[in-house]
Design a protein around this ligand. Structure first.
Ligand SMILES: *[C@@H]1O[C@H](CO)[C@@H](O)[C@H](O)[C@H]1NC(C)=O
Ligand SMILES: *[C@@H]1O[C@H](CO)[C@@H](O)[C@H](O)[C@H]1NC(C)=O
Length: 206
């Protein structure tokens, strides 16, 4: 009895280790994964043209992200990679957020960018990036990017080690869901009125 219980424990423990050593998306046993409604594909399936709109386009009025993840580009399913192109008009921020399933490797192509992340000991790491610089945001940590320049827009390209890195936007997650005002007021050591103000700022405008 004790013996089989030990075996069971061993099996569970080794499964946990296997899980821990799988740093990327789960491996696939085929070269690529076709959507259920397709049986044959050609080069078009492996081509994403959704970024063409950027070529020669004027800067957007607000911060904007164009994603090429599994949702937009189904050929990425099982390949453990994805991209995002980030456009920051002067003075705009990519609000504090995390990617639960991947690190982010950002390449600054144009403009200057203030970036930062906070590790699990609550230490803040910041940097001012110049065009040509790369910065890595470790997996799962809270981070942001800010174009502090009053005139010049910035453009960055981010690579992810997951086809579906996921984004948890802190403002949205905390103050644009139905978490009880009292829970938030107690969590942030403030009053309900302050919480309601924060919520009002993020609520959809009519
Ligand atoms: C297959 O399904 C996806 C959505 O699941 C759709 O976008 C696509 O157009 C479909 N393709 C064909 C050939 O029906
Ligand atoms: C808040 O949530 C609503 C509903 O999901 C969404 O339409 C709106 O864009 C969100 N606000 C922000 C600032 O993201």
């Amino acid at each position: 009895m004790a013996y089989s219980r030990n075996l069971f424990f061993l099996a569970v423990a080794s499964m946990a280790i296997v899980q821990m050593t799988m740093a990327g998306d789960p491996d696939i046993l085929t070269d690529f994964v076709l959507p259920a409604n397709l049986t044959t594909v050609d080069g078009n399936f492996f081509t994403f043209t959704g970024m063409r709109v950027l070529v020669g386009a004027p800067p957007p009025p607000a911060f904007k992200v164009l994603k090429a993840s599994m949702a937009e580009f189904p050929a990425l399913n099982g390949q453990s990679v994805s991209y995002a192109v980030l456009l920051y008009p002067a003075g705009t921020v990519n609000p504090v957020h995390t990617h639960p399933r991947s690190a982010e490797l950002l390449f600054l192509a144009e403009g200057n960018l203030e970036v930062g992340f906070v590790d699990t000991t609550n230490k803040l790491f910041t940097q001012t990036l110049q065009p040509g610089d790369l910065f890595v945001f470790p997996k799962g940590l809270v981070h942001f990017q800010y174009n502090a320049d009053a005139k010049v827009p910035a453009l960055a390209i981010s690579a992810f080690g997951s086809s579906n890195a996921g984004t948890v936007s802190l403002p949205n997650t905390l103050f644009n869901t139905s978490i009880d005002d009292n829970v938030l007021a107690l969590s942030f050591k403030t009053d309900v009125v302050t919480i309601q103000k924060l919520k009002a700022g993020l609520a959809p405008k009519n």
